[in-house]
Design a protein around this ligand. Sequence first.
Ligand SMILES: C[S@@+](CC[C@H](N)C(=O)[O-])C[C@H]1O[C@@H](n2cnc3c(N)ncnc32)[C@H](O)[C@@H]1O
Length: 152
Amino acid sequence: MCKPILDVCCGSRMFYFDKNNPDVVFMDCRKLEEKLCDGRKLEIKPDIIGDFRNIPFKDETFNMVIYDPPHLIRAGDKSWLALKYGKLSSNWKEDLTQGFNECMRVLRKHGTLVFKWNEEQISLKEILSIFPQQPVLGNKRSKTHWLVFMKM
Ligand SMILES: C[S@@+](CC[C@H](N)C(=O)[O-])C[C@H]1O[C@@H](n2cnc3c(N)ncnc32)[C@H](O)[C@@H]1O
């Protein structure tokens, strides 16, 4: 699969302008099709099933990696939020750091990692303190952060 972009937890592809962008490998740890009580459908249909803690690609494969992991530690297991965004385990610090390191591993030199984080339950400061590298840039003020890292 020789594509330039990997999304390691694509979910329902909400933030894509083209949800079938042919340049992206869409990965998630689950497949899901659920009808909500208001009639809307939640569909998670990755190209490949995989775990961001152990990404099934060789070193230095992609020019860009997108990393938008679950951001909630507290949410009912059957809640709409957990269904849509997934939920972190009690081991979340190790999981997210391992995911970050795996994203960097599959990036080519000078490739870009786009990381999204919502501070609803865990602050950005705490997340950045566990990552081995600081972002080049990102928005600092809103609750949802888009950060850009580069593989040096
Ligand atoms: C915040 S949502 C992603 C939303 C997505 N960016 C969108 O635009 O719809 C987080 C996703 O990470 C997935 N996920 C959770 N743990 C994972 C893991 N270890 N490896 C890969 N995906 C995982 C969940 O299934 C969930 O779909």
